[in-house]
Ligand binder design. Structure first.
Ligand code: ZN
Length: 136
């Protein structure tokens, strides 16, 4: 029983972002208070950018293969500091270091996480802008 609790806790710690994302969908469709929507949005975005379990995706030294170490968050790399920088550079500058689409978002799962990060951000912006536009 205790073992079950421990593993449940781990699951929640790793995947809470999906629950927040689900809550966010409900929040928009049920028109919850905008501050609530904004904080849920920021949560989803932060989770996808900094916490979701993913592949590192930085280019290895041979320049042709991509690092497949575990990393947390689409913006972060594995434990090698150089990989973290490289990944952020790749995403921010869309540089010639590597093909961002193939390395950082190789599978549908990674693309989904990228979409979560962007979607959360857009949702947060929307929650701030909507009251300005509607005057209330
Ligand atoms: Zn790496």
């Amino acid at each position: 029983m205790q073992l079950l609790c421990v593993s449940m806790g781990k699951v929640v710690r790793l995947y809470w972002g999906y629950m927040v994302a689900a809550a966010l969908v409900v929040a928009w469709s049920q028109q919850w208070a905008l501050p609530v929507i904004a904080s849920l949005s920021v949560g989803v975005s932060a989770y996808a950018a900094f916490q979701v379990p993913v592949w590192c995706g930085a280019v290895n030294r041979d320049g042709r293969t991509y690092c497949r170490n575990n990393a947390y968050g689409v913006l972060m790399g594995c434990s090698k500091r150089q990989h973290r920088w490289q990944k952020i550079k790749m995403i921010v500058l869309r540089s010639k270091v590597g093909n961002v689409g193939r390395s950082v978002f190789p599978t549908a799962k990674e693309k989904f996480h990228g979409a979560l990060a962007v979607g959360g951000l857009l949702s947060a912006v929307a929650a701030v802008i909507v009251p300005v536009l509607t005057g209330g």
